[in-house]
Ligand binder design. Sequence first.
Ligand SMILES: NC(=O)c1ccc[n+]([C@@H]2O[C@H](COP(=O)([O-])OP(=O)(O)OC[C@H]3O[C@@H](n4cnc5c(N)ncnc54)[C@H](O)[C@@H]3O)[C@@H](O)[C@H]2O)c1
Length: 251
Amino acid sequence: MSSGKLDGKVAIVTGAASGIGRAVAVLFAKEGAAVLLADLNDCNETLSLIQAAGGTAQAVKVDTTSEDACRAMVASAVKAFGRVDTGVFAAGIRLDPIPMLELKMDTFRRMIDINMIGVLHSAQALARQLVQQGEGGTIVNIASTAGKIPIPGSGPYCMAKAGVIMMTKVMALELAETGVRVNALAPGFTSTPMWDFEKGTEEDKWAMSLTPMNRTGTAEEQAQACLFLASSDSSYTTGQTLYSAGGQFVD
Ligand SMILES: NC(=O)c1ccc[n+]([C@@H]2O[C@H](COP(=O)([O-])OP(=O)(O)OC[C@H]3O[C@@H](n4cnc5c(N)ncnc54)[C@H](O)[C@@H]3O)[C@@H](O)[C@H]2O)c1
């Protein structure tokens, strides 16, 4: 029998109904993990994909902007599968471009609430459980290249993602001695419902002008990068941000 990189492990994936989160959930299940699928939307399609491949998963509806809901999400994983070992926090949104001078605070707060505080709630709830279990574990926060590079018109998104990157670094250092590793994945332009521009549109031309490999990434490629950060393949890596972005912004 072939062995998986996550055999016997339990994973929580937020944003699991779509895009990168779905691809992560499907890959982690294929690699042997029991997966708790968490999303605002229903995860039936992801659940079916996993079950059809013989994997183990359960789905819960979670709004990651609620601290209580994120605590309950971790409790659900423990109840369903007895423990938890890893979490990939991919729930997020993208907004239409808005210049800083026209930005309304409601819009800004919504972005920060979902794309930054939602990740914090998830990572905090999981880290508490991992520390309590006392056997280490891994956390993978989904950031973006936009957390490093300022993009005019995307101020709120850039600020939220920069927050995720810094949150990852601070949590990693605070938890290093416990064996809980915290890393971030920063995808570049990736073909998902969030970034579904046809080849040749203005947005696509702009994105490709920033991407030396001259193509968007796939959700499956991002899932493989998450697998590296979540599994023991990266056992000596913590506090890092992995840019999986087709050569974007190499420095
Ligand atoms: N697609 C890209 O080009 C790209 C690039 C860089 C970073 N990212 C990041 O990757 C992550 C996943 O994005 P994607 O491209 O797969 O998008 P997607 O829209 O396909 O998936 C996002 C999922 O998050 C869920 N979600 C949104 N708000 C939520 C909330 N409050 N609680 C629970 N679930 C919520 C949505 O229902 C959806 O299923 C996001 O954090 C995004 O910012 C995407």
